[in-house]
Design a binder for this molecule. Sequence first.
Ligand SMILES: [Zn+2]
Length: 115
Amino acid sequence: MGSRHPGMYRTAPSVTHCGDCGARVLACWHEGWHEVLEDAELSQVGEIAALMSGRRTFELCAKQLYRRTPYRIRNHPAPVISVVLTEHVCGTTIERALRRPEPEAAVDEHAPPPF
Ligand SMILES: [Zn+2]
């Protein structure tokens, strides 16, 4: 959690680099707090791992950041349109196994077989 801005100031997250470790991160103002987030999208397992390690999680939808509260997690355990992010911790990386899988490439059912 970063410094506090007076009021409930909000900005859309933008890609930047952590001033301490240089990692690629997302930064924004969220409800008056300056938040620095990992740029990796979490899977459900990734979110559980983040929460168990004491990190807060957020949901990014249409450039708006929302805190993943127990209510929100219960009602939207695996958001489809939005992505789940967690706060940045210097010197750590989000393992590939904890990241949201890349969408599979569309298969053209009418394409000739590749042999
Ligand atoms: Zn850092």
